[in-house]
Design a protein around this ligand. Sequence first.
Ligand SMILES: [Zn+2]
Length: 225
Amino acid sequence: MRTTTVTPNLLQLNRFRFVNAYLVREDDGFTLVDTTTGGAADGLIAAARAAGGQIRRVALTHGHGDHVGSLDQLRERLGSGVEVLMPELDARIHAGERVVQGKLPGSWPKITTVPDVRLQAGDRVGNLEVVASPGHSPGHVSFLDTRDRALIAGDAFTTAGGMAVPSHFYARFPFAAMATWDKPKAVQSARSLRALDLSMLVAGHGPAVSDPAPAMDEAIARASR
Ligand SMILES: [Zn+2]
């Protein structure tokens, strides 16, 4: 697990140069956003400890395997005192409900952890505000840090090989595009995230991008063509 300080409140944890999780500093410790793939719990806990705190809650951007992969292991290690928060629709998919018509792309591994909270747009998780960004998955949410307007975009954008909306197969990082459920919705969500006046954007895949508006505009234009 490689730790990079993005802002004083935000640390990026990168695994296998492929996927990111984030530690968000709060008064009581850290909110962990996403968990990467399976087998990462010890590394995530150690990264939080090295950064001077404990993981108090685990908030997920969406239900795909490379984001919830270590959730069960974290719950096992950290116990039920650590709150788990998952977007409403993705939590219902994991609970076995059929919430959309047709096929659901991406990996939806079996997890046994039942989220304590099903997130809705507008909810607060510490200093983070939950922003709806469906498309990549039905329930996908992003998290806006209200202190400095840094956005944790999950897979609503990817920044590996340049900023992209995971809406078409020609992205330089094609994995997220292949896993995307509803491409027009993904583009719509990208537009609403662009309207947030962000200082920083971080994503599930790729490096942090500061002053992201121009790159977001280009990515949206490319995806809308
Ligand atoms: Zn995904």
